[in-house]
Design a protein around this ligand. Sequence first.
Ligand code: ADP
Length: 487
Amino acid sequence: LTEMLKDPSLLVTSAYVAGSWMEAAPGGKTFDVLNPSTGELITALPDLGVEEAKASIDAAYVAQKDWAAKTGKERSAVLRKLYDLMVANADDLGAILTTEMGKPLAEAKGEILYGASFIEWFAEEAKRVYGDTIPGHQHDKRIIVIKQPVGVVASITPWNFPNAMIARKLGPALAVGCAFVAKPAAETPLSALAMAKLAEEAGLPKGLLSVITSKSSAAIGQEFCSNDKVRKITFTGSTEVGRILMRQSADQIKKTSMELGGNAPFIVFDDADLDAAVEGAMISKYRNNGQTCVCANRIYVQAGVYDAFAEKLAAAVGKMKIGDGFAEGVTTGPLISEDAVSKVVEHIEDAKSKGAKVLTGGNRHSLGGTFFEPTILTGVTREMQVAGDETFGPVAPLFKFDSVEDVIEQANDTIFGLASYFYARDLSKVWRVAEALEYGMVGVNTGLISTEVAPFGGVKQSGQGREGSKYGIEDYLEIKYLCLGGI
Ligand code: ADP
């Protein structure tokens, strides 16, 4: 990897704690970061604990005051520089990301630019944190509303978007004057460290950002939630861990933003443009090898077009190329871990045992390791595990439905409410279905909805808060009301 990088210093092998790069102490604990495609060791990193988390929070607490005192324009300039550096180094950042996470290089670079777009967006928004004046309720009083940063933000993020999941939180936090302590996933800490390196180069004051590398997520999470200098927890990951963090945050009434699991329905109505629906399904289902929280998890196809859709989807899946993310023409990498493969196998076996048929795929890939064949299942029903549980892998289960009412009922029959998709052309149906889906996001005739300019987030047990857009900044702000009397 080092030979591949234009700037090898972006492959950082130390943690970033309280403004200093921290190597593992001699004989100190470390953990290995592996390439999921080859199983090879990329590097070992210091395995930090509660002590370093505390030191990072202390430094953040101090640095935050000065940062918040700067003007929006001053903070914006630093973020803009970070954005420029991310774009200028996109090739290197992409290569680091592919190595630690496995997604194809072009997709990895796409993620870097997507992550960078949040830094750019919030650099712009930094100058637009407006308050309000409210007509007074008494003759001698005037009411003003100002917005202020919440303070120190602690972030916990997953491995599926090692850059973008942090960038979406870091951008708004820094823009409004918060400090940021990050605990990236232990599988993929290198992208986070590379971004911190660029943030330092962009002129971010020391201590304002820390990146804690650690295998002890639960202990770090506990410290984040119980340290009263931390005013907000921002998390992307499973609903299960989200619940733990919310429970732990309850004692100190900490603010939380939660981007949790999904169970996205993808609905194809009789009047859909089938080729467009297949294209959308390919993106929504197989992007990142099915490992995104907005991936289609249940594909509902109306009876009249079921067979035709299945056939076209199988043809498209046949064109996918599985392999190492650096290899020419590869569209899909490995799964992140053996556990991920087990879940995929479990869902397929469960569906088969209850009557589903494998139209294509269904097995581990001949490449070995954690590579898996892209799979389509037909004859899937709501009794099967895949109906209620996120597969997080390359399995497209096709359910058959008859009416609009029937599919809406099935689509909403889940504790989750993140993304949903449907393909239809009749305008009144489009509007009615979009309103009826109990989801934070609805893709209509598209399988790709993520952008920095729109609010990303879920309802029900998929979370709370929004990332991106003008709404995303509110998650990092407190409202303060000033009542001026004696006027
Ligand atoms: P995923 O399946 O994407 O790994 P998780 O919710 O398990 O989803 O993990 C998301 C992030 O949460 C990772 O960085 C992981 O290390 C961290 N994590 C896991 N368990 C806990 C916990 N009990 N407290 C805090 N963080 C945790």
